[in-house]
Design a binder for this molecule. Structure first.
Ligand code: SAM
Ligand code: SF4
Ligand code: F3S
Length: 452
């Protein structure tokens, strides 16, 4: 194979799933760019179509099969041949087994094989036939690959890959492998370079950032990493995800002391019932979680707390669910991702029978969503008639004369674009907004002064 085959070819990448996948797509895209391929906006214009897949819930699987099948009705590729590649977590889980659900896939590359996607695609063009690579361990560190960022002002920075936690419902440890931290110097150097390129916000990524460094130093060193990243001068630091069992007091102190660390913490609770948490192998209790929330709020007053919650874990009773509801009411989350439990083959929870009727689970889900909507609304009301700095990301989907940005508390902020100004003049800049409207999912107000 010669990767020069990719020169002049057009490519399109669609990404499903979490930020890890988004970042992996940026690496795949960076690799394609370095080989002379050109990104296009639609699969119809592409010689190479890549799907970066997720299998955390069943719906994500089904969506992939639909997307692959819809490629069959695309017009011919510009070069005459179209290669369809599937990467990410479904590719890692199923390998060639994927072909029982879709028959038009040419390349399958797992989560540890993204450094090889250029060769695999070149082979598919040159030799035809199916190319599959799903090794268990990464031979080439993907973080050393070129990188094509979606925006100039924000960067996802992986600080570790994999997960050691084996929550009983979750497929991630099986498709992403064990925790592997990047050397601290490497992360700090990367952020330093990003700051030089004009990046204003970095999001440190890991399935459980709080255990960062355990595999390197024998103990977690996330607080130290936060301080070192703070020293680079980057203006905004966010991170995700945090496992409550590993959130150390020193990390809360670093959050409180470092002005660049945004006052937002995503602390997945999953359930408010200690019994269910035990069955989920989360290794904390309801009481421990609530104490942690108090400790965080004491050190970082006004912090936006967000979470993930699963409804309908096998065997969840009405009583268990009411404990989740009451915990959500007590914590008063600024936002929450709520999920209906999805059985994942190969996980321990998949073996637990559950007699709970689907309508009961759906009913519980709706009740939880109502509580979250009400606490999210209340959280945003707290910003009414205050001035918030918003990092502008673009224009609102509904109105291209309205700017859209993010507050330090991770709130979506809207304000009108000044007469005669262009959205591009504001993207990646921070503006002050006097908030005069606070809704459940966004704030809106008037621009004060210019962008900085
Ligand atoms: N590592 C992160 C953490 O623990 O916070 C989350 C990773 S996972 C990609 C995102 C969320 O998906 C989890 O927090 C959980 O709420 C949800 N999830 C994982 N497996 C699930 C399943 N089988 N059914 C429903 N939701 C699931
Ligand atoms: Fe999945 Fe649990 Fe790991 Fe998060 S911590 S990725 S929920 S196993
Ligand atoms: Fe999905 Fe894989 Fe992320 S299963 S949530 S894309 S780690």
């Amino acid at each position: 194979m010669t990767t020069s085959t990719l020169r002049g070819k057009t490519y399109f990448i669609r990404t499903f799933g979490c930020q890890m996948n988004l970042h992996d797509s940026e690496r795949v895209s960076g690799l394609f760019d370095s080989l002379g391929a050109l990104e296009v906006a639609e699969p119809a214009q592409a010689d190479i179509v890549v799907f970066m897949t997720c299998c955390v819930r069943e719906a994500a699987d089904t969506r992939l099969y639909g997307q692959c099948n819809s490629c069959k009705s695309l017009p011919p590729a510009p070069s005459g041949t179209r290669v369809i590649a599937v990467g990410g977590c479904i590719a890692q889980r199923d390998g060639e087994g994927l072909l029982t659900n879709v028959d038009n896939v040419d390349v399958i590359f797992g989560t540890h094989s993204i450094a090889h996607v250029g060769e695999l695609i070149a082979d598919a063009f040159e030799q035809g036939g199916r190319q599959v690579r799903t090794e268990e361990h990464e031979a080439v560190d993907a973080t050393s690959m070129p990188w094509h960022r979606a925006t100039s002002y924000h960067a996802w920075v992986p600080i570790m890959t994999g997960c050691n936690n084996f929550c009983t419902y979750c497929i991630v440890p099986y498709v992403r492998g064990r925790e592997k931290s990047r050397p601290m110097e490497q992360v700090v150097d990367e952020v330093t370079g990003l700051v030089r390129q004009g990046v204003r916000e970095v999001t440190l990524l890991g399935q459980n950032v709080n255990s960062y460094g355990r595999d390197l130093f024998g103990e977690p060193r996330f607080a130290e990493l936060l301080r070192r990243v703070g020293d680079t001068g980057v203006e905004r630091i966010t991170f995700t995800s945090s496992h409550p069992k590993d959130l150390l007091p020193e990390t809360i102190d670093a959050m409180a002391e470092l002005p660049a660390v945004m006052p937002h913490l995503h602390l997945a609770v999953q359930s408010g019932s200690t019994r269910v948490l035990k069955a989920m192998n989360r290794r904390y209790t309801r009481e421990y979680y609530l104490e942690l929330v108090d400790a965080v709020r004491e050190k970082v007053p006004g912090i936006a707390l967000t979470t993930d919650i699963i409804v309908g874990f096998p065997g969840e009773t009405e009583e268990d669910f009411e404990e989740t509801l009451s915990l959500a009411e007590q914590v008063r989350y600024a936002q929450a991702f709520t999920f209906i439990y999805s059985k994942r083959d190969g996980t321990p929870a998949a073996k637990i029978d559950d007699p709970t009727p689907r309508e009961v689970i759906l009913g519980r889900f709706d009740r939880l969503v109502k509580v979250i909507e009400s606490t999210a609304y209340d959280f945003n009301q707290g910003a009414l008639h205050t001035r918030v700095p918003a990092l502008i990301e673009g224009s609102s989907k509904k109105n291209d004369r309205v700017l859209q940005g993010k507050s330090p508390w991770n709130q979506t902020v809207h304000c009108p674009l000044p007469e005669g100004a262009q959205v591009e003049d504001y993207v990646g800049r921070i503006v002050d907004v006097d908030v005069d409207l606070a809704r459940t999912w966004y704030l809106s107000g008037q621009l004060v002064g210019g962008p900085r």
